[in-house]
Ligand binder design. Structure first.
Ligand code: SF4
Length: 258
C-alpha cells in the first residue's frame, strides 16, 4: 500500500520551472496591459463566466500551485478531488493541435460541451481565490457588454484573434507539457508530485482511487506551433504584440521556439 511521503524539503522551490513561470507571468502581464486599454464590462464580483469548464496548460497549473504555496496546495488539491464528479468541459484537442489539423486539411475531433457545467471550485464568494495567477482561459474571457444582460460575452473578431495567438504561444512555451480541464490538470500535477512546490504529498491509495482512472486519457499532450491562426487582415495590427511574445519566448531558453 502506498503511503504519503515527502519528495523534498517543503521550503525549497522547484527552480527548474522558474524561467518558464517568469515567461508566463510576462505573457499574462502583456495581455492584461493590452486588454485593460479597452473599456470592458467585466467587474469584480461578476463571476458569470466562472464555470468548472475552464482549461489550461500544465505550466499554468504549476503557477497556481506555486501561488498557493506548500500550505494551501493541499486544500486546493482536495477541492479538485471533490469536483471530479461535476460535469465539465474536457477538451478533445489543444489549440496548436487544432491549428495543425487545419493546415493538414483534416477534420478536428468533435468537442462535447456539458449542458450545465458547475461553478469553478476556485470561486469563493463570487471572487476568484487565485486571481493573480488565473489561467489565460479566464483572463481572455472578456466582454464589452455585461454578459448577464446579453447572455454571452461580446468580443470583436480582432480580440478573438489576439486571444487565439496568446493561447498558441502559451502552449508553445509549455510544449513538453500537457493541457486539459482545470480539475484534471491540477489533479495530475499533484498526483505526480509535479507542482512548483517541492514537498508535494504523493497520493495514498484511497486518494488515488478517488482520482479518475482515465485521468491520463483526459489530458492532451501540448504541441509546438506549426502555424499561427492569424487572418491576413489582422496581421499588420497584431504584429507588435506578436514581436513582444516572440521576444519573451526567446528569453525562456528551455521553452523557446526551435
Ligand atoms: S480560476 Fe478564477 S477566474 Fe477562472 S473560472 Fe475559476 S474562479 Fe473564475
Amino acid at each position: 500500500m502506498q503511503t504519503n511521503k515527502r519528495k523534498g524539503p517543503m521550503e525549497t522551490p522547484n527552480d527548474h520551472n522558474r524561467p518558464a513561470l517568469d515567461a508566463l507571468s510576462r505573457i499574462y502581464r502583456l495581455y492584461d496591459d493590452y486588454i485593460n486599454s479597452f473599456s470592458l464590462a467585466c467587474r469584480k464580483h461578476c463571476a458569470d463566466c466562472c464555470t468548472i469548464s475552464v482549461t489550461l496548460t500544465s505550466l499554468e497549473g504549476r503557477m497556481i500551485y506555486a501561488f498557493a504555496g506548500p500550505e494551501k496546495s493541499e486544500p486546493l488539491f482536495y477541492k479538485m478531488l471533490e469536483s471530479t464528479n461535476m460535469p465539465r468541459f474536457q477538451p478533445a484537442m489543444t489549440t496548436n493541435q487544432y491549428a495543425r489539423l487545419c493546415t493538414e486539411h483534416r477534420d478536428p475531433p468533435e468537442e462535447q460541451f456539458p449542458e450545465k457545467p458547475g461553478v469553478c471550485p476556485l470561486l469563493e464568494n463570487d471572487v476568484c481565490s487565485i486571481y493573480p495567477v488565473r489561467p489565460f482561459g479566464c483572463r481572455s474571457m472578456v466582454s464589452s457588454e455585461p454578459c448577464r444582460r446579453t447572455g454571452s460575452a461580446h468580443m470583436d473578431d480582432f480580440t478573438l484573434t489576439v486571444n487565439t495567438m496568446f493561447l498558441q504561444i502559451i502552449e508553445q512555451l509549455d510544449r513538453h507539457g500537457f493541457s486539459g480541464n482545470l480539475v484534471d490538470v491540477l489533479l495530475k500535477l499533484r498526483n505526480s508530485g509535479d507542482t512548483s512546490n517541492s514537498g508535494d504529498t504523493i497520493l495514498n491509495s484511497s486518494e488515488l482511487s478517488m482520482v479518475s482512472p482515465e485521468l491520463r486519457e483526459l489530458l492532451l499532450p501540448n504541441e509546438p506551433i506549426t502555424a499561427l491562426m492569424i487572418p491576413q487582415e489582422h496581421y499588420r495590427k497584431i504584429l507588435p504584440l506578436l514581436n513582444t511574445l516572440n521576444h519573451i519566448l526567446n528569453e525562456a531558453p528551455a521553452f523557446s521556439a526551435p
